[in-house]
Design a protein around this ligand. Structure first.
Ligand code: SF4
Length: 155
C-alpha cells in the first residue's frame, strides 16, 4: 500500500519496501557481445569524476578528451558515437573497460528497464546476458538504480 504522504514516490524507505517484479532477484552476466555499445545511438552520461578518470587512463588532457570524445547534453556530457551509432570507445570490445562510466557498469539494471517486467523482457531480447550467470538480489538492484540516479540526476 502507498503511504499517505503525497511525496511517497520519492520516499527512499517506501521505494525499498514496496514490491517489485524482481523481488526474488534477477540473473545477469555480461556476454561481452557489444550489442548495448553498438547499433542504435543512445546517451551515455559521464560525470566530472569519470571524465578525469577516463582522460587519465587514455593519457589525455581533460579538455582535449572532452573535445574529441564527448558532446554536451543539457548541462552534462555524453560519450560520442560514430556514424553507425556505435560508442567511440567500442573497438571489438570496450577500450576503456576498467574505467567505464557507472552507466555502462550498471547496464542493464537501469530505471527505465526495471520500471516494469514488460520493459525487462523487452530489453532481454537484445541483451543475451539477461537470465544468465549470478542472481542479483533486490537490494543490490535498488542500490544500482539509486547510485546511478544520484550520480547523473537521471529519472
Ligand atoms: S548487450 Fe548485454 S551481454 Fe551484450 S555486451 Fe551489453 S550487457 Fe553484455
Amino acid at each position: 500500500m502507498k503511504p499517505d504522504d503525497k511525496n511517497w514516490f520519492t520516499d527512499p524507505l517506501y521505494l525499498r519496501h514496496r514490491g517489485y517484479f524482481f523481488d526474488r532477484g534477477l540473473s545477469f552476466e555480461c556476454r561481452q557481445c557489444g550489442a548495448c555499445c553498438t547499433g542504435a545511438p543512445g546517451v551515455v552520461y559521464v560525470n566530472k569524476k569519470e571524465i578525469a578518470l577516463i582522460a587519465r587512463y587514455l593519457h589525455m588532457k581533460q579538455d582535449g578528451f572532452i573535445r574529441k570524445y564527448l558532446y554536451p547534453v543539457n548541462d552534462r556530457y555524453s560519450i560520442g558515437e560514430d556514424s553507425e551509432g556505435s560508442c567511440l570507445f567500442y573497438r571489438n570490445g570496450c577500450i576503456i573497460y576498467p574505467v567505464r562510466p557507472d552507466q555502462c557498469k550498471t547496464y542493464p539494471f537501469w530505471f527505465k528497464n526495471l520500471r516494469s517486467e514488460k520493459n525487462w523482457q523487452r530489453i532481454s531480447r537484445s541483451c543475451p546476458g539477461i537470465g544468465k550467470g549470478r542472481r542479483y538480489q533486490k537490494e543490490e538492484i535498488l542500490s544500482m538504480i539509486e547510485s546511478l540516479s544520484s550520480a547523473y540526476k537521471l529519472q
